[in-house]
Design a protein around this ligand. Structure first.
Ligand code: R1P
Length: 295
């Protein structure tokens, strides 16, 4: 028997639910769609054949139901890798920690995470409203540096990135984590391209946007766009994927990130029908899950 987790380590609400997500272990399915926007949760669950559970707290809205015989949870993470740390640690706790004994279960449950998010392209030839699956998440934030994670990273890519970017003088130490290939196979088709997705900790300066503040790195997006690894380029920039890949893999879960490209940062274009593109990606995701081995 391992030692039990203390009450400031594993924080439970008075009803026994996990601290931020406000969920009980039975509330979640093993297939979990994550979205950034809390409003997008019902845009996913409106396609479900039945909804068994709806709960929320802060920006974390969760619906669980059935689509074509598959039990699916959809949860909003809000924006950013700091929220990913909370959501993914708490979802793992719901699956793999016994809340009565406060001990880690000996038999682990593996969850499958599918991010359905939005993103900006860094390459002029990747148009707005297209779909992109992230084969690797490249973290420019620092979340994964707080975990013992050497064994799950794509070290070859990390080394190539560090040498190419040479951004340690800005305290940027990129980490690279790959998608789960088996899970990705479910979503692979000629409708969705593959790319390397950079994840950063902000929307403006950390994505090369200049409103009134001067950037520390003037050619930030162009430099990212110039990196290639084999056939793959850094294609897009958003705020969650690398952290999702990292925290999911560290827990032994599977993750894939699907992006609707709403902006093209290289051409300056922004989608005029972003809502439609996101809806099509939601439908694509659900149809692929329906036809898959996921339960
Ligand atoms: C920024 O507007 C947000 O949109 C993107 C970014 O990753 C960030 O969370 O994704 P979502 O639309 O999934 O939130």
């Amino acid at each position: 028997m391992g030692s039990s987790l203390g009450s400031s380590e594993l924080i439970l609400n008075p009803d026994g639910s996990i601290y931020h997500l406000n969920l009980l272990p039975d509330d979640i399915a093993t297939t979990i769609i994550t979205v950034g926007d809390p409003e997008r949760v019902r845009e996913v669950s409106k396609y479900f054949d039945s909804i068994e559970m709806k709960k929320s707290k802060r920006e974390f809205v969760t619906h669980t139901g059935y689509y074509s015989g598959k039990r699916i949870s959809v949860i909003s993470t809000g924006i950013g890798t700091d929220n990913i740390d909370i959501v993914f640690n708490e979802l793992d706790a719901l699956a793999n920690i016994d809340f009565q004994s406060r001990q880690i279960k000996s038999q682990k449950k593996q969850l499958s995470f599918i991010r359905v998010g939005t993103s900006g392209s860094l390459q002029p030839d990747i148009p707005v409203d297209s779909f992109l699956m992230s084969s690797t998440g490249i973290g420019l934030d620092n979340l994964l540096h707080f975990y013992d994670c050497g064994h799950i990273k794509n070290k070859e890519m990390e080394q190539a990135l560090a040498a190419y970017l040479n951004w340690s003088k800005y305290n940027i130490h990129p980490y690279a984590v790959d998608f789960d290939k088996d899970l990705a196979d479910i979503f692979t088709s000629n409708r969705i391209r593959l790319g390397l997705t950079a994840t950063n900790s902000g929307f403006y300066g950390p994505q090369g946007r200049v409103l009134r503040l001067n950037p520390a790195i003037a050619d930030f997006n162009e430099k990212l766009a110039g990196f290639s690894f084999g056939d793959l380029r850094i294609t897009n920039l958003e705020m969650e994927t690398a952290a999702i890949y990292g925290i999911a893999k560290l827990h032994g879960h599977r993750a894939v990130s699907l992006n609707a490209i709403l902006a093209n940062r290289a051409t300056g274009e922004f989608s005029k029908q972003g809502h439609k593109a996101v809806h099509e990606l939601i439908q694509y995701t659900l149809e692929r899950i329906a036809k898959s081995h996921l339960i």
